[in-house]
Design a binder for this molecule. Structure first.
Ligand SMILES: *[C@@H]1O[C@H](CO)[C@@H](O)[C@H](O)[C@H]1NC(C)=O
Ligand SMILES: *[C@@H]1O[C@H](CO)[C@@H](O)[C@H](O)[C@H]1NC(C)=O
Ligand SMILES: *[C@@H]1O[C@H](CO)[C@@H](O)[C@H](O)[C@H]1NC(C)=O
Ligand SMILES: *[C@@H]1O[C@H](CO)[C@@H](O)[C@H](O)[C@H]1NC(C)=O
Ligand SMILES: *[C@@H]1O[C@H](CO)[C@@H](O)[C@H](O)[C@H]1NC(C)=O
Ligand SMILES: *[C@@H]1O[C@H](CO)[C@@H](O)[C@H](O)[C@H]1NC(C)=O
Ligand SMILES: CC(=O)N[C@H]1CO[C@H](CO)[C@@H](O)[C@@H]1O
Length: 504
């Protein structure tokens, strides 16, 4: 190999100086697949000089060629002068050329052979080693790549797992968020509702406060006024007390004066009486009647309101006289007919009487007592039901005690059509009103049954109960009652209690 390179170099060195010249002639030689180009120096421009020498190194390695070459150039110069020599020279040159060519061919062959074998060897070994290495590397790479792919797939699955988990979590979170949002919405709605309510309540509270404030103010002002009044009252009371003191002093004086006055009045009265007796004796006829029987006896036949004067009394009393029933002459004590008068009244009113004698009324316990205790009287109770059926209860002897005995009832000698048994309670029953309970019941009959009556243990009668115009099937404990006439259900629509002297 080294030899080959040396040979090549030598040849190149032999060729090179000719190529460096100015004008060159190219010669191409085709040899098989290889082509060689030779560049020959141009003879025209070459002037041979005496000191023309070859000083180059390759010249030393191959002096014959150099001499030959130099001679060649010399021969070319002399070609014009000596053509025979030139021809010879050319032949030698051609042979040299041939020689060279052969040499080159050899060289080339050698080179080619060498190169081919070397190359093949090199190639083979290289290929072997390389393929092995490559294979190894390949397997290595394959295994590595397989590992990597495995790792990658692992990572991928993990990533996928994570992603799916994250997605699930995300989903859950979104669901949760949704729920929370809904909840929050509800809460906000609730809050808004509550705030609405709250504001409403606050408004109401404010309104109430304002109202209470106003009321408080008015109350305070009222209180102040009352205090003021109280002070004034106190002053007044003081004044009155003072006046009372002086008036008590004066009263004795006044009494003596009154005595004097009554004395003079008495005197005057006797004088007047005397005058009357003297002036008109017949005028005394329509004097005071003690009751309706006297009025009837006096010739009056019409029922109506008349004045009577009770025994030992100076006061006239208006009464209704019934001149029809059973001969007339009845002084009416009680009468009901349409419920226009309220009979649920207190002790004092029953004592003094109420209503008009022409309509519904109660004559008054005091008058009844005075009337019935002045002489013997009989009692007649006249009743009428809704259908207009009339009935009566009669008592031969009737009177009531005074207030000190609570107007105790005395009724005897019962007869009549309104029940076989007396509906009026036993003798001795005291009178009771809503404000003065004196019945034998632990209850208060006057309040239960209403009105004022001689309730025993509330008893079977009460003509002063509440007036129910249309009787119903409902049992009324506080209605007008005359139990033994028609039982508890039928109430009278008209009642009259009246007295007449027992010996009429
Ligand atoms: C060719 O070269 C060889 C050796 O180099 C020499 O022996 C032979 O004489 C040469 N042939 C001619 C024709 O120059
Ligand atoms: C995700 O990985 C966990 C363990 O890290 C495992 O329990 C679970 O089953 C995996 N899920 C899926 C969908 O692969
Ligand atoms: C007492 O009587 C006298 C005269 O009698 C009279 O002037 C005086 O006002 C009376 N006083 C009272 C408080 O009535
Ligand atoms: C009840 O009778 C009286 C007297 O007849 C009469 O003035 C009054 O208007 C009547 N009341 C009713 C409610 O019928
Ligand atoms: C009337 O008065 C006299 C004496 O003042 C008395 O004795 C008599 O009982 C009185 N009569 C009546 C009914 O009050
Ligand atoms: C009359 O009634 C009152 C109370 O209602 C009572 O205190 C008094 O004792 C009664 N009188 C008689 C005599 O029972
Ligand atoms: C409370 C009351 O005064 N009761 C009297 C009612 O009358 C009877 C007699 O009928 C007396 O005995 C009670 O004391």
């Amino acid at each position: 190999m080294g030899r080959l390179i040396a040979m090549t170099l030598a040849y190149l060195a032999y060729l090179l100086p000719t190529a460096i010249g100015g004008q060159k002639q190219q010669h191409r030689v085709q040899h098989g697949p290889c082509s060689y180009t030779f560049i020959l120096p141009e003879v025209d421009n070459c002037r041979p000089s005496k000191d023309y020498q070859f000083t180059d190194a390759p010249q030393r390695d191959s002096p014959p060629e150099a001499e030959n070459d130099a001679g060649q150039s010399k021969q070319r110069q002399d070609q014009r002068e000596r053509p025979s020599w030139q021809e010879r020279k050319l032949e030698s040159l051609e042979s040299a050329m041939e020689n060279n060519t052969q040499w080159l061919q050899k060289l080339e062959n050698f080179i080619q052979e060498n190169v081919r074998s070397g190359m093949e060897e090199i190639k083979r070994s290289a290929v072997h080693t390389q393929t092995a290495a490559m294979l190894e590397m390949g397997t290595n790479l394959l295994s590595r790549s397989a590992e990597q792919t495995r790792k990658l797939t692992d990572v991928e699955t993990q990533v996928l797992n994570q992603t799916s988990r994250l997605e699930i979590q995300l989903l859950e979170y979104s669901l949760f968020t949704n729920r929370l949002e809904k909840h929050i919405l509800l809460q906000t709605q609730e809050i808004s509702r509550l705030s609405d309510k709250n504001s409403f309540l606050e408004q109401r509270l404010l309104a109430l406060e304002a109202r209470y404030g106003k009321e408080l103010q008015s109350l305070q002002s009222e209180k102040e006024q009352l205090q003021h009044l109280l002070e004034r009252q106190g002053q007044l009371v003081g004044q009155l007390q003072g006046e009372l003191g002086s008036s008590t002093l004066n009263s004795t004086l006044i009494q003596s004066q009154q005595a004097m006055l009554t004395d003079t009045v008495q005197k005057l009265l006797t004088k007047v009486n005397h005058c009357n007796e003297v002036s008109s004796i017949p005028k005394k006829e329509p004097h005071h009647f003690r009751d309706c029987a006297e009025i009837l006896r006096s010739g009056v036949k019409e029922s109506g309101v008349y004045s009577i004067r009770l025994h030992n009394s100076t006061r006239d009393v208006e009464v209704f006289c019934d001149m029809k029933i059973q001969g007339g002459g009845w002084t009416v004590l009680q009468h009901r007919r349409n419920g226009s008068v309220d009979f649920h009244r207190g002790w004092k009113e029953y004592k003094m009487g109420f209503g008009e004698p022409s309509g519904e009324h109660w004559l008054g316990n005091e008058i009844i007592h005075k009337l019935t205790s002045s002489q013997e009287y009989s009692l007649h109770v006249q009743l009428k039901d809704r259908e207009g059926n009339e009935a009566y209860s009669h008592y031969d002897r009737f009177y009531i005690d005074g207030e000190e005995s609570n107007y105790s009832l005395h009724a005897e000698g019962f007869s009549g059509t309104a029940g076989r048994t007396s509906s009026l309670t036993h003798t001795g029953s005291q009178f009771s009103t809503k404000d003065r309970d004196n019945d034998s019941c632990t209850c208060k009959c006057a309040q239960l049954a209403s009105g004022g009556w001689w309730f025993e243990a509330c008893g079977p009668s009460n003509l002063n109960g509440i007036y129910y115009p249309a009787s119903s099937n409902v049992v009324r404990y506080n209605g007008i009652k005359w139990y033994y006439w028609k039982g508890p259900n039928t109430m009278a629509t008209m009642t009259t209690m009246m007295v007449r002297p027992a010996n009429f």
